[in-house]
Design a protein. Structure first.
Length: 74
């Protein structure tokens, strides 16, 4: 089997900044937990095997979203 991508060194070329916020009209208290969400961009990938350039076309870009539900520390 020949891997087409991935591996221990496969990663984005730059770290993503994710700005998280609570829903409009809601206040997020980290001590109480709750739901927060955000949007982020992924840079091109590097060191992911012989097809890195092609795979990066499908992974890099804007408009990625994340929704988190955080629980208070017990």
């Amino acid at each position: 089997m020949i891997p087409i991508g991935g591996g221990e060194n496969c990663q984005t070329a730059e770290a993503s900044d994710i700005r998280l916020q609570s829903a409009e009209g809601e206040f997020f208290d980290p001590n109480a937990g709750g739901t927060i969400s955000g949007e982020y961009s992924l840079s091109e990938i590097t060191d992911c095997g012989p097809l890195t350039g092609i795979l990066s076309l499908f992974t890099a870009g804007d408009g990625n979203t994340i929704d988190l539900t955080l629980a208070p520390k017990a």
